[in-house]
Design a binder for this molecule. Structure first.
Ligand code: GLC
Length: 614
């Protein structure tokens, strides 16, 4: 991954370079360097035969905005909370096949106030010592490229000599950092991150002679400093992305592009800088991600089909197929894109496709992933092998699949979305991120969202206990662990991804609680975390059934643990800011259904509609 092109791996990309000179030559060369090497990005620069076909051709066809301009600090409104009061009016309307309006009202671009100055969601109280420490550590994790902040490393553990890939900027890990910075009014780092990762998306990449889709966003990137010549007198910085080619199992990070879209919308809403989302390169970036997600395949389900390890759980954990986490992020990214895509002749088909998918996806998840006491009882009595359109047991689930732990665990009140649904297979494990993000994005019905929080409250000792929040419940043990994880020593029962507790998930929990008007639940969880995190050196994860021990192989000073804590506190203090991330229930989506267009297709939606509106 250091610029060597081999049969196996593609080379580092160079959208920007900057010379770093030794002290002897620095003074003399300084002026000419500035002229010779323009500030980032520098998309015309080809390296190892890589190209930027989409950005270059898009740029040559439009005058809307110039993708090769330097990312500049953005004006923000003096109070970020004021920018998020209302939703974008137009794209929140749902459009279905044949109902597209001929004219598009332009998206309003609120002008930044004249007396602009960076603002923060000012705390109404003094920061605690733990918060002050967290801010110091978060700033220490910031990475600069060409002299500008562009992200935060995954962990900055001074005692750890083996960095593995924790010295990289992970897209998913940066999200809570970005939110903390945004809410404090420090928006430049987020803008730079969004624009630089956009550059990385468009470069050609190959793994063993195979080129994955162009919309793919890297899992992470790293800034490398490499000598420009043999004398080691001048150096350049290069951005070096990892698209999964050096990840365990060579898995593509499906969630990266989805998080990028979600973060872009949050940035634009909080800063009021909607011109960023309208830029032609940004629009192209959104469309590239969507074209990967919406492309036709052999799928019979509206859910995204992915391999194991393609999201936060990036090792084999038996989540291949249609894992909830990806579906919740997918739904959220579609909702965000619908708000951001500029409506014109060229985009109307895409918007139509987005609406159709949103409609089908929400129906599918609400109807088939939801379990509660009644549903488990229904599954328990399922008939099997039903060959008909009207089958109750559509996926041919054998009731014997209901795991014994669930029989006693499912509370009388509340419920949750299962981890995965496949033919003849329901993964009944509770996955926190998927369930929490389904609440925040309104993938669930409001009743289901309340039900999930009520289940978490009821099962507090299993899902929060000594450290919020358990990544999934329960852990796989014995043969199941051996077969499903491939005897992964990192994912032993109640450790790491297999039932470990991840403090970063606190911010997603807080967000969901705020959305549902249950901030007291979040406050309770934050109090549990706040008591330990600093003393425990901000671990990546905790082990054991009740999250009592610091994870066996846990990093210290894990950035998204630190940022997740800060973001949770800031959200709780400024709950109105939650709307930069959440979406409201869209009842019209439930009305629209592509099946209505075809007389031949039968859809169970009508029968189920009363249930799913809930
Ligand atoms: C682990 C996590 C992954 C995270 C990475 C960096 O691999 O599973 O979600 O992005 O560490 O923190």
């Amino acid at each position: 991954m250091n610029g060597q092109t081999t049969m196996g791996l593609a080379a580092a990309v160079r959208p920007c370079r900057q010379r770093l000179l030794t002290s002897a030559s620095a003074a003399a060369a300084k002026a000419s360097v500035i002229r010779l090497f323009p500030r980032c990005p520098h998309p015309q620069h080809h390296h190892h035969g890589r190209r930027l076909p989409f950005l270059v051709s898009a740029a040559s066809h439009t005058s809307q905005s110039d993708p090769s301009t330097t990312p500049t600090p953005t004006p923000v409104t003096s109070d970020p909370r004021s920018a998020v009061a209302g939703n974008l009016p137009f794209f929140d309307r749902v459009l279905f096949p044949g109902s597209f309006p001929p004219e598009t009202p332009p998206v309003e671009d609120p002008a930044p106030p004249a007396d602009f100055r960076p603002a923060s969601a000012s705390p109404v109280r003094e920061e605690t010592e733990t918060e002050r420490e967290a801010w110091r550590l978060l700033r220490r994790a910031v990475v600069s490229y060409c002299g500008e902040p562009v992200g935060t490393v995954a962990a900055e553990d001074p005692e750890c000599t083996e960095m593995l890939n924790y010295d990289q900027v992970f897209i998913r890990d940066f999200v809570p950092s970005a939110l903390a910075f945004l809410m404090r009014g420090e928006t430049e780092i987020v803008r730079n991150f969004l624009l630089h990762t956009l550059q990385l998306q468009s470069w050609e990449k190959t793994v063993d002679c195979y080129s994955p889709g162009q919309g793919l966003m890297p899992a992470s990137f790293k800034i490398r400093t490499v000598p420009l010549d043999e004398n080691n007198e001048a150096f350049e910085e290069i951005l070096d992305p990892d698209f999964g080619e050096s990840a365990i199992g060579r898995v593509a990070p499906v969630d990266s592009g989805l998080w990028w879209i979600i973060l872009l919308r949050a940035y634009c809403k909080i800063t009021g800088d909607y011109s960023l989302q309208e830029r032609v390169d940004v629009q192209t970036g959104i469309k590239l991600i969507l074209s990967l997600c919406l492309s036709d395949g052999f799928d019979m389900f509206p859910t995204l089909l992915v391999t194991d390890g393609s999201c936060m759980i990036d090792r084999r954990m038996g989540i291949h197929g249609h894992p909830l986490e990806i579906q919740a992020l997918f739904y959220s990214a579609l909702r965000c894109s619908r708000e951001m895509i500029v409506m014109n002749e060229g985009s109307k088909h895409l918007l139509r496709a987005i609406n159709n998918r949103l409609s089908a996806l929400s129906f599918h998840i609400r109807e088939y992933y939801w379990v509660d006491m009644n549903k488990i009882n229904e599954i328990y009595r399922y008939k099997t092998e039903e060959y008909s359109h009207d089958a109750t047991n559509k996926f041919n689930i054998y009731p014997e699949q209901i795991p014994s732990w669930l029989v006693d665990w499912i509370p009388e009140k509340g419920g949750y979305l299962i981890g995965n649904l496949q033919p003849a297979h329901m993964d009944f494990r509770f996955f926190s991120l998927g369930n929490l993000w389904a609440i925040s994005s309104s993938l669930t019905t409001p009743t289901q969202a309340e039900g999930i929080l009520s289940l978490i409250e009821e099962k507090w000792d299993d899902l929060v206990a000594n450290m919020p929040v358990k990544i999934c419940y329960p852990a796989m043990e014995y043969d199941e662990w051996r077969i499903i994880t491939g005897s992964d020593p990192k994912n032993t029962p109640w450790s790491y991804h297999n039932g470990g507790s991840w403090p970063t998930l606190l911010w997603q929990f807080t967000l969901a609680c705020i959305k549902m008007g249950r901030p007291e639940l979040a406050r309770r969880a934050i109090a549990v975390a706040e008591e330990k995190l600093s003393a425990d050196k901000w671990p990546e994860y905790y082990d054991t059934r009740s999250g009592r021990f610091i994870g066996k192989q846990s990093r210290s000073y894990q950035t998204w643990t630190i940022a997740g804590f800060l973001t949770s506190k800031m959200l709780l203090e400024n709950p109105e800011l939650a709307s930069i991330l959440t979406c409201d229930e869209d009842l019209e989506l439930l009305e629209g259904c592509a099946c209505c267009l075809s007389k031949r297709t039968r859809c169970s939606r009508r029968a189920a509609k009363s249930d799913i509106i809930g």
